[in-house]
Design a protein around this ligand. Structure first.
Ligand SMILES: NC(=O)c1ccc[n+]([C@@H]2O[C@H](COP(=O)([O-])OP(=O)(O)OC[C@H]3O[C@@H](n4cnc5c(N)ncnc54)[C@H](O)[C@@H]3O)[C@@H](O)[C@H]2O)c1
Length: 393
């Protein structure tokens, strides 16, 4: 068997989500983080603490990409940089792990896909929810035929920490991330597409910025803005502090999707709920599947015979054990999948085409809600690009 490619890794946007890359540092297995790039120099200290050695530090990502000894990069920068840095990394011949959302526009996604095809550089999209145990179990149930032919998929997303994570820094502004149906919703739209077996071809949405625009404690307009997850102190929403004074994205939004296989789907997102989880249900011609809790101790229940009353536990109940690792164990899983894909060409759960369609649906839904709830068609991806990367469903 051919020996796996040795990886010398660079991390661009090394703080925050960049910490995900620690799981890729396995010197004994031929994977090593050798360089990082960030605007914050102190980030290098975290790497030293976690890795035991300090990778080379670059302030400018071009310098990191110019290194011949780096053959793979994690791009874990804020969303507005994804397109530019992913394209430059692919052009430089690096294998790329790119965080979701792929980009903040549909054109941006298509440019990344076109660059990856033209250069032949490997592109991997960090949709870690395709490794959430509840999502994998629901997919297994649906693929087994236990609920018949899928007709509808619904997702309710309760984001208790929304004020902390999305209304203080760049996440709060249209100009840096388009809207939260795209930024945050890209995860769930992708899961709905995957579970329901089709991509959105038409969407319509409604939404508003209803509470965080009314918080009085705003941050300094010149500061970067950082999330502090203070559940007790920042509840209810009017006790939130340090809100981005330029916040103009919606904190409540709802969208409907018509998929290209005829399935109808919906997604609701609220950023000031008291609890935090996602609830999916998929309805087929012969049953229904639903999750309770989305990580940790979670259950997936299936109802597949009729009784005209409430049945809490359904007909079949799958208990899922807590997995270790962040985001329900999906973060280490997704890093390993990236490494295996780059080094051994092993097929992946995640898909660049699917990532593009989650952005495309979220983008068009955002345009819908900002334009009188007008239904919007989702532009299809060039068929040659889809053939090159595979359909991803
Ligand atoms: N898949 C997930 O579950 C998940 C979770 C969190 C974040 N994310 C994604 O990760 C990305 C980063 O999010 P975050 O919350 O860590 O952002 P962040 O604001 O914390 O930024 C990440 C790092 O990039 C650095 N940075 C910012 N601008 C830079 C620049 N111009 N050049 C170099 N470094 C720069 C910051 O200093 C920081 O260390 C986003 O795209 C987000 O959607 C994904």
């Amino acid at each position: 068997m051919a020996e796996a490619l040795e990886l010398r890794i660079g991390v661009i946007g090394a703080g925050g989500r960049g910490g995900l890359s620690f799981a890729a540092h396995k010197p004994d297995e031929g994977c090593r983080i050798v360089a990082i790039c960030d605007i914050r120099k102190d980030v290098a200290d975290f790497y030293e603490q976690h890795l035991g050695n300090k990778p080379d530090f670059h302030e400018d990502y071009h310098d990191l990409l110019a290194r011949d000894d780096v053959n793979a990069v994690f791009v874990t920068l804020p969303d507005p940089f994804h397109e530019e840095v992913a394209v430059a990394s692919l052009e430089a011949g690096k294998a790329v792990y790119l965080e979701k959302p792929m980009a903040i526009t549909i054109e941006g996604c298509d440019r990344i896909l076109e660059t990856a095809r033209r250069t032949g550089s490997k592109l991997y999209l960090g949709h870690n929810m395709r490794h959430f145990p509840v999502v994998l179990k629901m997919k297994e149930v649906i693929d087994s035929g236990a609920i018949g032919e899928v007709k509808a998929g619904w997702c309710r997303h309760f984001v208790s920490y929304g004020g902390d994570a999305f209304f203080k820094d760049w996440h709060a502004e249209r100009k840096t991330q388009t809207g939260l149906l795209l930024q945050k919703g890209a995860h769930d739209i992708d899961v709905l597409h995957w579970l329901c077996g089709g991509y959105s071809k038409r969407v319509v949405a409604m939404g508003e910025l209803g509470v965080y625009n009314r918080v009085e404690d705003k941050r300094d307009p010149d500061a970067y803005g950082s999330a502090a997850f203070l559940s007790d102190e920042h509840w209810p929403w009017y006790n939130q502090t340090g809100v981005n004074p330029f916040a103009d994205v919606e904190d409540l939004s709802m969208m409907l999707m018509q998929l290209d296989n005829g399935v109808l789907a919906s997604y609701q997102q609220c950023h000031y709920t008291p609890d935090c989880w996602r609830n999916y249900t998929v309805i087929g011609t012969e049953g229904r599947v639903e999750n309770f809790n989305d990580s940790g101790q979670a259950t997936v229940r299936v109802w597949n015979h009729r009784e005209d009353c409430y049945r809490e536990h359904g007909d079949i109940e799958h208990q899922l054990d807590p997995s270790s690792g962040t985001h329900g164990g999906s973060d280490p899983a997704i890093v390993n999948e990236f490494l295996d894909y780059v080094r051994k060409d092993i097929p992946t759960n995640t898909s660049p085409v699917a990532a593009r369609y989650s952005v495309a649906a979220g983008y068009q839904a955002t345009m819908s809600l900002r334009n009188g709830c007008m239904p919007m068609d989702v532009p299809m991806l060039d068929s040659e690009l889809e053939d090159y990367f595979g359909r991803g469903l």
